[in-house]
Ligand binder design. Structure first.
Ligand code: MRU
Length: 347
């Protein structure tokens, strides 16, 4: 399954709004189309929108490469701003856009056409590296998975949320590849149903045993000793380990703590935002009321009802047993343990 197909000066995204009924690709040849695809959730998941935005920047460079350098750079900056604003919570988006803007900056004095080629190569590299990082992360995380395990996950932190392999589901894939007997409970993840539509589909495609549950069933399953561990992805991790992820993650962490079940976060190092001290500084995206009031275009709530639809929540570090990265595992995440880890790894 390919989340992003790289073409000749164009990219195509597997349209995740249409899954699981249809597997169709939406082609984008301009940064405006990429920004719209991110905003409208054609492509979603922190690492995937980072890679998508990198291609958005490269496409912008091709769109304006006939202009004078000053005008070319002003337009690149405009594209960067819009791509950044497409979705605010996942830091991977900002990370990728800033990396691309930085590369463009370093190429100052070069012809815009040469800068565009360079940015395209950089975007391809970001995409390729994402898959490699996820495979390493998966192998690192698999050591935490017992020989037989029932794993509860939330939202979709799989191949569909990345360029390939996945983060939380990458750990599951690696554990399965090592011969461990893993099975996954996928929480449906209201209101957008990434668990039901995407995680259930993705694992089914790979023949990894998966059972779908409604979000409000998690506590009951834990009480019945049906869950060995919780494993989720992340959109932004603050310097103290507080972690933003899909709305509902925090509730699962509280439940896991109450039942003495390990709660793991799997995320690449690009998901850490060490510029913020704690999770209270993370901007939480609010999404349209229709995600709550409608299901597949059909009204499921009274017309005119007041809604509140925060798309993410923040799990405090003290509820997280460990954070799995491509460079190793951070047990008991805190400002000290994260700082030490980054220092030790020379990051
Ligand atoms: O709104 P989404 O579907 O983009 O939210 C996705 C998540 O919350 C994922 O868990 C997170 O981005 C990690 S993906 C590897």
């Amino acid at each position: 399954m390919e989340t992003i197909r790289i073409g000749d000066k164009k990219v195509a995204f597997l349209d995740q709004r249409k899954l699981p009924e249809e597997t169709i690709y939406l082609e984008c040849g301009s940064w405006q189309e990429v920004a719209a695809a991110i905003k409208q959730m054609v492509v979603r998941g922190a690492p995937a929108i980072g890679a998508a935005a990198a291609f958005g920047m490269a496409l912008a460079a091709f769109q304006y490469n006939w202009q004078e350098e000053k005008e070319f750079r002003a337009n690149l900056e405009r594209a960067a701003k819009s791509l950044l604003a497409a979705r605010p919570t996942a830091v991977n988006l900002a990370w990728a856009v800033e990396k691309m803007a930085d590369s463009a900056q370093k190429a100052a004095g070069k012809e815009p056409a040469a800068v565009a080629e360079l940015l395209w190569q950089e975007a391809v590299q970001i995409a390729d590296r994402d898959v490699a990082i996820n495979k390493s992360l998966g192998d690192v995380g698999a050591e935490l998975i017992p020989g037989e395990a029932d794993i509860l996950t939330h939202c979709n932190a799989g191949a569909l949320a990345t360029v390939g392999y996945g983060t939380a589901l990458g750990v599951v894939r690696s554990a399965a590849a090592q011969g461990k007997k893993v099975s996954v409970y996928a929480g449906e993840t209201r209101p957008y149903l990434q668990g039901a539509r995407l995680t259930a589909w993705e694992l089914q495609q790979d023949n990894i045993p998966v059972t779908l549950i409604a979000d409000n069933m998690a506590g009951y399953l834990m009480q019945q000793n049906k869950i060995d561990l919780v494993l989720v992805g992340a959109d932004r991790i603050a310097a103290n380990g507080d972690t933003a992820n899909k709305i509902g993650t925090y509730s699962l962490a509280v439940l896991a703590k109450a039942h003495g079940i390990p709660f793991y976060v799997a995320a690449p190092l690009s998901t850490f935002d060490l510029s913020i001290k704690s999770g209270s500084q993370i901007i939480i995206e609010e999404r349209p009321a229709e995600e709550l009031t409608q299901l597949a275009g059909k009204a499921i709530a009274p017309e005119g009802i007041k809604c509140y639809n925060p798309s993410f929540d923040v799990t405090p570090a003290h509820l997280i047993t460990a954070i799995i990265t491509e460079k190793g595992i951070i047990k008991k995440p805190s400002e000290e343990s994260i700082g030490r880890f980054f220092k030790e790894k020379g990051i």
